[in-house]
Ligand binder design. Structure first.
Ligand SMILES: [Zn+2]
Length: 534
């Protein structure tokens, strides 16, 4: 009887006192309604997205446009009432680079523009380059010796030529396009219990076949690419052309992996359709002439890159920090809308919502917009190292850190989260976010992986800190927009992003305001660090 009376009294207390409800691990329904209303009626996401993409895109690490985007974001968050907005430098170690101009044409035996993108950190042309094409087909998975022998035979054929490297990749018609949304069963399987073990399959690097015993070592793809570049520089090829190897004129453009324009000839990636057409005309025995003009710029000051930081100061627990963010840097073939201006716009919006509602979090809420993500999570790794250290070598702030929410999978709405930590931590978030079931949010899973890769939350996971990855509907991310020339403002679904911002605002406020931090792995239960990747 006593007990039941107490329970009744206690539940009445919870209904009347949202703070008590929050302390117990729930979120006040009235507060959730306010968050949804602010997210839907006053959303700033598309305005933020417009500026980050249309005005400052592309935002390659080390480039002046990325720095300007960061300065704008800091100013914008300040105007919303966030505190301490600033750019925090870290050492990128490579010059900045940007492509300013590219013309690409087939000029003989027919005249037509080509669909092309420039490979980052390669040099421009000196004026217009017009030359005949030589298609050079290096051996597949060569050993050092095989490649040296191949180069000796090719030496006389490339000087002054536009060199297409490799055969066209044949891309069959896709009869099974990937669904744009996860069905609920898939989503539940992914975001309950154990989270995904590692980065998505698309991000796994191709590995050469393992050598048979007694066989000489095969070169890895990176070694082959660097040797071909050195060969083309040494033998004065005019320009290198790569096959985009994607359907429907999509081009995914990365970089010269040395980050040194002196170590490559001017290099473009052309559409698979253009590459195929030229290959077929050459195979007829008809010479083909192409014409290019490329203006690229190097920026020595880009050796210092910047993360953007802004805060909502906490109250009684202000020394403890809850973080949320995404990477502001992009690749350069488009304006980086789904990867990852929308992630930045969504996280800025989540913080704006909390601030606009006048909520007073107990812990400090800190937004971080990273740079160098595309070159290996470099900005977030530097930040975690400098501010928190790691489980093995903690700084004083290590124990004050309560979680980092990351979003970086395109425009799809949040369907779940994956938390680095024990299952009880995921239970706290899952229970509190159940009211978002109508938005399609299915749950929160736990992961034990300290493996680096995928996105910036793994910089925290690797350090043994609670990184929380927001899982999203795929929409067209891996299939169409990821790192391609089609990653623009038009690909964003506004309603999805508003829902994500509301869910994340609620989750961040929960962690910033409950009595205890999320449960962490006890020292003896901390998963071991995986071996470093080669
Ligand atoms: Zn990304």
């Amino acid at each position: 009887m006593q007990k039941r009376l107490f329970a009744l009294f206690f539940s009445l207390l919870l209904i009347l006192n949202p703070a008590a409800l929050l302390a117990q691990g729930g979120l006040d329904p009235e507060l959730l309604a306010k968050i949804r209303k602010e997210a839907n009626e006053n959303s700033q996401i598309m305005k933020t997205l417009h500026v980050l993409t249309d005005i400052y895109g592309p935002r390659l690490t080390g480039s002046p446009s990325l720095k300007a985007a960061g300065e704008w974001a800091a100013k914008q968050m300040t105007s919303w009432g966030l505190a301490n907005a600033h750019l925090e430098p870290w050492d990128f170690g490579h010059p900045g680079w940007a492509n300013e101009r590219l013309t690409a044409h087939l000029v003989s035996p027919v005249r037509e523009p080509l669909v092309a993108e420039v490979l980052a950190w390669t040099p421009g042309t000196t004026g217009v380059v017009k030359s005949t094409v030589y298609q050079m087909v290096p051996p597949a998975n060569p050993t050092e010796e095989e490649l040296v022998k191949f180069f000796a035979a090719e030496k006389s054929k490339v000087a002054g030529k536009i060199v297409m490297v490799g055969r066209q990749t044949i891309i069959p018609v896709n009869f099974n396009p990937a669904p744009k949304r996860l069905d609920d069963a898939q989503a539940k399987a992914r975001f309950s219990g154990a989270g995904p073990a590692g980065p998505p399959a698309m991000m796994n690097r191709p590995q050469p076949p393992a050598p048979q015993p007694g066989e000489p070592r095969k070169l890895n793809p990176r070694e082959v690419a660097e040797r071909i570049d050195a060969f083309l520089v040494e033998n004065r090829a005019a320009l290198r052309v790569n096959d985009a190897a994607m359907e429907q004129r999509r081009i995914r453009a990365f970089n010269n992996r040395t980050f040194d324009p002196a170590k490559a000839v001017p290099t473009v990636i052309i559409s698979n359709e253009d590459y195929g057409r030229i290959s077929r005309i050459l195979a007829d025995g008809t010479p083909v002439e192409l014409e290019f003009e490329i203006v690229n710029r190097n920026y020595p000051e880009g050796r210092t890159a910047y993360n953007v930081i802004a805060e909502i100061p906490g109250s009684d627990l202000k020394d403890e920090v809850i973080m949320l963010g995404g990477h502001l840097d992009s690749w350069h073939a488009a304006t980086g809308a789904t990867d990852n201006a929308i992630g930045c716009a969504t996280m800025m919006e989540a913080a704006r919502i909390i601030n606009a509602l006048g909520l007073k979090p107990r812990r400090t809420i800190r937004v971080a917009l990273w740079s160098g993500e595309e070159q290996g999570l470099l900005g977030s790794l530097a930040y975690v190292r400098d501010h928190f250290g790691s489980f093995e070598s903690p700084k004083p702030e290590y124990s004050k850190f309560g979680g980092y929410f990351n979003i970086d999978m395109g425009t799809g709405k949040a369907r779940g989260m994956s938390l680095f930590g024990p299952a009880e931590g995921a239970d706290v978030l899952r229970t509190a976010l159940e009211p978002f079931a109508d938005y399609g949010f299915v749950g929160v899973g736990a992961t034990r992986s300290r493996g680096l890769g995928g996105s910036d939350h793994t910089s925290f996971n690797q350090a043994g800190l609670p990184g929380i990855s927001v899982g999203q509907d795929p929409i067209e991310y891996t299939t169409v927009t990821w790192h391609t020339n089609l990653d623009t403002y038009e690909r964003i679904i506004e309603d999805d992003t508003r829902k994500s911002a509301a869910i994340i605002a609620a989750a961040v406020y929960l962690l910033a305001s409950r009595d205890a931090q999320l449960p962490r792995f006890a020292a003896e239960a901390m998963p071991a660090l995986p071996p470093a990747r080669p």
